[in-house]
Ligand binder design. Structure first.
Ligand code: MN
Length: 252
């Protein structure tokens, strides 16, 4: 199996190094990732700047491609330029911090997997809950076990899965749950501060809304310490509303 490994935390982040190490057991791994952290850039791409690519020593005798761009740029470049053969799988992560609920919309980790799926390549995003001692190797082994099982059943073209691993320092996960994405948001606000010259600047703040989780959801299952798997799609059309809006007889 040929595997493209990417992320949004940057090519030297411990999570991507752990994922590369773990997936090497499944096949030939190529690492193409941003040179600097790109968390929360979502599906951004680089249109007005040149994109330079550097060979990067990843340690353990491995090299990767460091890309001066966004996670989605990395996947496009990898598939169309850097990899001589199309990969069988795109794996993005292991991201520091869960990508559940509406965080999925902001995540560069998930966007890289979406980009792979755009190209018809089965793609998996992998994230682990933030904690004091983050076990990236443990999360990468979880990803390997899941990918191994998925590959045994045959990876469907364009399959797009979002995997989240609970904090492993609290013990092994209870199991795996396949769950929908929660629409849980955050109670957001802005803190206004003053810079040393007296000018205002803003810092975003947010609190979780615990009552809004949804029983059968990624957020709830992860909180119960399950590994969560959520199949995603990127057609944003609200099909239920198509007829309603057509019924409005919009005209010019
Ligand atoms: Mn990240």
């Amino acid at each position: 199996m040929r595997i493209l490994v990417t992320n949004d935390d940057g090519i030297m982040a411990p999570g991507i190094l752990a994922l590369r190490r773990a997936l090497t057991a499944l096949g030939e791994v190529t690492v193409v990732a941003p040179t600097v952290p790109q968390s929360a850039v979502s599906h951004g791409i680089t249109l007005t700047e040149p994109i330079r690519v550097h060979r990067v020593d990843l340690g353990e005798g491995a090299k990767g491609f460091g890309v001066e761009g966004r996670p989605a740029d990395c996947v496009k470049l990898a598939l169309l330029e850097l990899m001589p053969d199309r990969p069988d799988l795109v794996a993005s992560g292991v991201n520091l911090g869960a990508n559940v609920g509406i965080n999925v919309l902001y995540s560069g980790t998930v966007a890289a997997a979406v980009e792979g799926a755009f190209y018809g390549v089965p793609s998996v995003a992998v994230s682990i809950e933030d904690s004091d001692t983050v076990d990236f190797d443990g999360a990468a082994r979880v990803a390997r076990r899941l990918i191994d099982q998925l590959a045994a059943g045959g990876l469907a073209p364009g399959m797009l899965l979002n995997v989240n691993v609970p904090d492993l320092s609290r013990g092994p996960p209870k199991g795996v749950k396949v769950v929908p994405q929660s629409m849980k948001g955050w109670r957001e606000g802005w803190e206004q501060r003053r810079d040393p010259r007296g000018r205002a600047y803003y810092w975003m703040t947010g609190q979780e809304i615990p009552e809004d989780v949804g029983v059968d959801s990624d957020v709830a299952a992860l909180a119960e310490r399950y590994v969560t798997v959520t199949p995603l799609r990127f057609d944003l059309t609200d099909r239920a509303r198509l007829e309603e809006v057509r019924g409005m007889d919009l005209c010019l």
